[in-house]
Design a protein around this ligand. Structure first.
Ligand code: PMV
Length: 304
């Protein structure tokens, strides 16, 4: 049996702007999806969603990975069990994490000799197949870990302050929100094009701050980034409640992470005030997750 895990991610800067070729800074976080796999006579996939055979309704990503890997190497049967720290569908990259961890588990189990770059590319291909469209960001960051400048794919220094994620528990559709921004950009190009390019500039200025470990300045810019995302129409009352609650309790900065409209926000904190910020998020009606950045991308945890 092999156990592989892969992390979720947050955006420090740059979601939505990255759709238009601007830069973003993403950070893998220590919330992982684990895939336990062993060879068997048939395919069985087990998670909190149920126990199935290949099933594109219940387990679309894992099913797509098995089918795609069968084009590389014969796989008669495999038993796959998934458990995850990541809330599903809230912009933290849960689908990328399960996809990448499953690819690596099958890679090891069946000796496919895929390198990390291959896993990231295959992961992106699977996400595109299942979702219709997907940016390569989530699968790349989940595979490589660490703090990554996108689209340059440049590794930055690890972020060493506290990270608190607030989940509004409201659903948001990335596809819909990306379409809304496109519409606004089409209606007011003189306003929205520079707005998105300003967000891109934040990533470039932020790169040096990350490498200098200047978390107070990163926090300030994250607050500005939140305001611009709100201006681009991807905010929500719930997200802003959690963002302001975190800032009032001393977060260095707080903003939407991911597509917005619902889903999650993220706050950077001094590690000592993590608990206070998390409590403030809970009091404001959200779920709070205290985490940290991680250098560990997809990892083989054990092989027996
Ligand atoms: O909410 P998520 O993790 O799917 O992030 C979406 C990020 C966008 O920039 C809005 C879209 C994209 O594909 O980059």
């Amino acid at each position: 049996m092999v156990t592989c895990s892969a992390p979720g991610k947050i955006y420090i800067f740059g979601e939505h702007a990255v759709v238009y070729g601007e830069s973003a800074i993403c950070c893998a976080v220590d919330l992982r999806t684990r895939v336990h796999a062993y060879t068997s006579e048939s395919v069985v996939i087990e998670s909190v969603l149920g126990k199935t055979v290949i099933d594109f309704d219940t387990h679309p990503y894992v099913s797509a990975v098995i089918e795609r890997m069968r084009e590389i190497i014969p796989i008669k049967g495999v038993n796959i069990k998934i458990d995850s720290d990541l809330p599903v569908g809230s912009g933290l990259g849960s689908s990328a994490a399960v996809t990448v961890a499953t690819i690596q588990a099958l890679n090891h189990l069946f000796g496919c000799k895929l390198a990390l770059e291959d896993i990231a590319n295959l992961g992106h291909e699977i996400e595109r197949k299942v979702q219709g469209a997907a940016s390569p960001t989530d699968t790349y960051v989940s595979t490589m870990g660490g703090v990554v400048m996108i689209p340059e794919r440049r590794k930055l220094k690890l972020i060493e302050c506290g990270i608190v994620i607030g989940d509004t528990r409201t659903f948001s559709s990335t596809r819909e929100l990306v379409a809304n921004v496109a519409k606004l950009r089409g209606s007011y190009p003189e306003i929205i094009v520079p707005l998105l390019s300003t967000i891109g500039k934040m990533s470039h200025i932020g790169e040096e701050m990350v490498n200098k470990k200047d978390y107070a300045s990163i926090g300030n810019l994250m607050n500005v980034n939140h305001g611009l995302l709100d201006a681009a129409g991807v905010g929500s009352p719930e997200l802003s409640l959690l963002v302001y609650a975190a800032r009032l309790k001393g977060a260095l900065g707080a903003k939407i992470t991911g597509a917005g409209g619902g889903g999650c926000m993220v706050a950077l904190t001094d590690v000592a005030s993590n608990r206070d910020v998390a409590d403030a998020i809970i009091e404001a009606g959200g779920d709070a997750i205290i985490t940290k950045a991680t250098e560990h991308g997809v990892t083989v945890e054990s092989e027996i």
